[in-house]
Design a protein around this ligand. Sequence first.
Ligand SMILES: [Zn+2]
Length: 370
Amino acid sequence: MIRFQSVNPSGTEGEAAAYVAQVMREAGCDVELQEIEPGRPNVIARLKGTGGGKTIILNTHMDVVPAGEGWSSDPFTMLRKGDRVYGRGVMDAKGPLAAMMAAIEAIAASGAQLPGDIVLAAVVDEEAASLGARRLPDELHGDLAVIGEATDGSLAIAHRGSIRPVLVAEGVSAHSSTPHLGVNAVSLMARTLVALEDFAEQELTKRIHPLTGQSTLSVTVINGGIKESMIPDRCEALIDRRLIPGEAEDAALREIEQIIAGLPALDGRVRIDRLVPTTGVASATRPDHPMVELASAAIERVYGRKPELTGLTANCDMTHFVKRGIPSVIYGPGDFSVAHKIDEWVTLSELENATRVYASIAVEVAGSYR
Ligand SMILES: [Zn+2]
């Protein structure tokens, strides 16, 4: 699977999806390919139960982030060294994907007659705008969704989300020898950014979720000015605003608008121009939800200790399952701090643990009646 260069942006998940579909068909699943964009299908594989049971959804994504420079070996050829395997996506998220597939294959091969369905939802585009998870079929229901992202042996029940507004400052260009004849868009943007950072410092640091940490706001891209001797008439800045569970997209945008509106010196020349798509907003599942206890017990059986309940600081597709009213948790092999870096690795023993955990959760859920 590492060989399929499902790099997002630029590649497609098509080859990886065809492989996942074939393996799942051979295991005895009903497989549906849901084309999200040309050559980019979600794979929905269902191991049908005998009827009347609960449905478990195992979800993760087939796309990976670009390899980047500086790898010690070819990022798209999986390399094994002792207990570790290296390659782009071995952990995020082809490791959990392989573990989910192996869990379903093992359950199918065991001949276990479970009343409920086990569904693998391998989606596209998690690393960009989550088009895959957002557009899963409306009729997809489950009693529990397990999202495969690295949690280092813990069980995550919350994650942050984000919105990415692009601010535009429109000034008036002039010769820079006579700056008073123009309006400097870069200066307007500078004032705006200082005000937004003050807000982040004074207000967002107080908004803390016990599992995901605090809300944040950062400027991550800025563009302005075209020539050294021209007063710039346009400046754009991208704001990466990280939301915690409970913070709504609209409210967070309104706050930014209000800060801009509260700066008379900007003279109405700065506005939110557009939103860059993100994975989505934050979400959380109650720690005392019975499905959290079920997943926690499965991890305890495999690791011999109760998992810590944690939250991801990053985005993930869980939000799109929570939106459908499906209780959701995040669990996956590996340490999240290795994700999106060069020489990404995961241990084979963690992949085995994850396979056992997914199989155990799937059997518990699909083995019980509704
Ligand atoms: Zn991921």
